[in-house]
Write a protein that binds this ligand. Structure first.
Ligand SMILES: NC(=O)c1ccc[n+]([C@@H]2O[C@H](COP(=O)([O-])OP(=O)(O)OC[C@H]3O[C@@H](n4cnc5c(N)ncnc54)[C@H](O)[C@@H]3O)[C@@H](O)[C@H]2O)c1
Length: 262
């Protein structure tokens, strides 16, 4: 078999449907581009239509198949409507990427209940809702699927100045592992992709010059990640051929940040 054919058979997603929630953002937008380039019919879901459609046009210009669907993940009815439209259009969801994110650099003693709940709502409760709504339908349809929750370095190592974000991502770990246990028999794999530090919208306000310096000092590769460097990891977790026996895993892409102490 020619080597390229071998790689395509392993990672190609032709005929598959991928839903990327938060595909309007920097990291998940790049993941959506990667999934579409691998052949998946890709649905970019999010609140920001303008950004979503801009990314869809970029994917289509490269020959990929994609469209935008609006969703507000804090609203269960909105997620149910998204799920309904995805199945109505393609009849199946082979890959669900859950990547909406919210963050705030508030010092611990100043965090209000309102802020705590708002961040948990986007980073954690929405993941519960997305997995439940899509999981229920995938189980009913009876086909295999790969659910990928986007975690964070802060789920592994508590990070200063992002208390609520860290706690919400750590709670996602338990949800993900428990679902991997629960849904193994249904052939739904549930994993996390765990990025290190990648400049994007939601973390711009916490990347002060002193923080940039300490992040880079602690990163053996001495640089930030590029969003495109998450594509290989998402394809591995998405593909039933390449990653078909991987479930309950956190795939860390961080230039070595998590492996170092001093
Ligand atoms: N950038 C990093 O260094 C980094 C590191 C680790 C983990 N992450 C995680 O990666 C994911 C993507 O983050 P990003 O850095 O690309 O940020 P981003 O701000 O570019 O993307 C986040 C997306 O989530 C969407 N979103 C927020 N609230 C929503 C809601 N209620 N309904 C629907 N969509 C909503 C936003 O509109 C945005 O498109 C997040 O889960 C984030 O926590 C990012």
């Amino acid at each position: 078999m020619p080597p390229l054919q071998f790689v395509w058979d392993l990672f190609g997603l032709e005929g598959k449907t991928a839903v990327v929630v938060g595909g309007t953002g920097v990291l998940c937008g790049a993941m959506a581009e990667g999934l579409a380039a691998a052949g998946a019919r890709t649905i970019l879901a999010g609140r920001n239509r303008e950004r979503g459609e801009e990314r869809v046009r970029a994917i289509q210009a490269q020959g990929g198949q994609a469209h935008f669907e609006p969703v507000d993940v804090t609203d269960r009815a909105s997620i149910e409507a998204l799920c309904h439209r995805c199945f109505e259009t393609y009849g199946r969801v082979d890959c669900l990427v859950n990547g909406p994110g919210a963050n705030s650099p508030t010092p611990f003693l100043e965090i209000t209940d309102e802020e705590w709940n708002r961040i948990f709502e986007v980073n954690n409760t929405s993941i519960f809702r997305l997995c439940q709504v899509f999981g229920r339908r995938v189980i009913a349809e009876g086909h295999p699927s790969s659910f990928i929750n986007i975690s964070s370095m802060s789920a592994i190592r508590p990070l200063s100045r992002v208390f609520t974000y860290s706690a919400s991502k750590a709670a996602m770990t338990n949800l993900t592992l428990n679902l991997a246990r629960e849904w193994g028999p249904h052939r739904i794999r549930v994993n996390m992709l765990t990025p290190g530090f990648f400049p994007a919208e939601q973390n711009r306000k916490v990347l002060s010059p002193d923080r940039v310096e300490s992040i880079l000092k602690h990163t053996p590769m001495n640089r930030f990640g590029e969003a495109q460097e998450l594509v290989g990891a998402i394809l591995l977790l998405a593909s039933d051929k390449a990653g078909g026996f991987i479930t309950g895993h956190s795939l860390v892409v961080d230039g070595g940040f998590a492996c170092t102490s001093i």
